[in-house]
Design a protein around this ligand. Structure first.
Ligand code: TXA
Ligand code: MG
Length: 331
């Protein structure tokens, strides 16, 4: 009963909790966020505590519209306005030069801050009711798979948030693409909901990428992000067979397959989760985190995860699979 009342579409209640310095889980088109008043350092601190997130991993600030940019960042030039105009509201996060109105804690003491306008009706409505932006990381315990529906949030953080805004399933299902525009050369720091090809078409040139955890400008790009509890290995084509042939029969019967589009005929249907029957990348992206969660919840002996084609959103899908895989810090 109590748990049910935690979730709903009461925007007044959500706004009230946020004004009082509390936490509200918000739906966005990418994943659900764990939101607090970005201008209230104490409220922001509780995000880090609830997520068990290290303070060196900066947060994204969510604005109601691009016109607010000037208030929080320096140096908004022609290119930034054009990008904002074209991609917002949407899954593109821009790293820009931070004004001091944004507390140090939000951006882990960096001179920059990450901002975006999310594309979700309820959350945009909420943002217009409050007079501050929302700092929000994905609403999962640090290091686990991001939530793409309210139930994911309720299951993991239900006891620690004031309210969960019910906004249905996230339509994109992967976090935003992070583009650093704080220096001369634009750099993609994280692949995500806007494919790099689309950004490159818009810019008219190839964009640099710095996707590894070793880049100090992106302290949150840790390899072990998105890890499920069980063992997950990525593969292409028939690569899984080699390993499977060395597994004991009971272990093999406890294995599961996260398939991109086609089922394996020789494996039981219940042991497979197919991301998109038609091989559609957007659909596969939308289903990815739910699939990992559902498979993980069955405590399989292993998840064999098939890589997506390495184009468009497929690159972001593969990025998340790599980070979820056991060699990158999973169990
Ligand atoms: O789609 C999304 O981006 C979701 C929704 C809720 O908006 N949010 C999200 O937040 O994925 P989070 O905290 O899980 O990831 C934010 C990423 C981190 O990898 C962090 O390192 C990077 O953005 N980031 C934030 N501020 C930064 C900054 N000033 N410089 C470089 N990277 C930054
Ligand atoms: Mg996250």
């Amino acid at each position: 009963m109590q748990a049910q009342m935690k979730t709903g579409t009461d925007l007044d209640r959500a706004a009230r909790i946020l004004r009082e310095g509390g936490l509200v889980a918000i739906p966005t088109e990418t994943v659900y966020g764990l939101a607090a008043n970005a201008l209230d350092e104490q409220a922001v601190l509780s995000i880090f505590q609830v997520k068990n997130r290290p303070a060196f991993d900066p947060l994204i600030v969510h604005l109601s519209r691009a016109a607010e940019l000037d208030r929080y960042v320096y140096g908004v030039n022609e290119l930034i306005w054009r990008l904002a105009d074209h991609f917002w509201p949407g899954p593109l996060t821009l790293v820009l030069k931070r004004k001091s109105l944004i507390p140090d804690l939000v951006s882990s003491g960096l001179e920059t801050v990450a901002v975006r306008v999310p594309n979700h009706r309820l959350t945009l409505d909420l943002l217009t009711r409050i007079d501050f932006p929302l700092a929000a990381p994905s609403a999962n315990p640090f290091g686990y798979v991001s939530p793409t529906c309210s139930a994911h949030v309720l299951n993991q953080l239900g006891g620690q948030v004031g309210y969960i805004l019910e906004g249905g399933d996230s339509s994109v299902g992967l976090e935003s693409t992070v583009l650093d525009l704080s220096s001369e050369t634009p750099v993609i720091l994280r692949r995500g909901g806007i494919p790099e090809e689309e950004l490159e078409d818009f810019m008219g040139y190839k964009i640099h990428k710095m996707l590894s955890s070793s880049y100090p400008g992106a302290p949150g790009m840790l390899q072990s992000h998105y890890a499920p509890r069980c063992i997950l290995l990525t593969y292409s084509g028939d690569e899984w067979r080699g390993l499977a042939s060395r597994m004991s029969p009971p272990r093999l019967s406890g294995a599961t397959w996260l398939r991109f589009s086609t089922a394996l005929i020789e494996i039981e249907e219940q042991q497979q989760w197919i991301l998109s029957q038609t091989g559609n990348l957007a659909e596969a992206a939308r289903n990815l985190f739910r699939a990992i969660r559902e498979l993980d919840d069955r405590s399989p002996s292993i998840i064999f995860a098939e890589k997506a084609p390495n184009i468009g959103l497929g690159r972001a899908i593969n990025d998340r699979l790599e980070r979820a895989s056991t060699k990158n810090g999973g169990p």
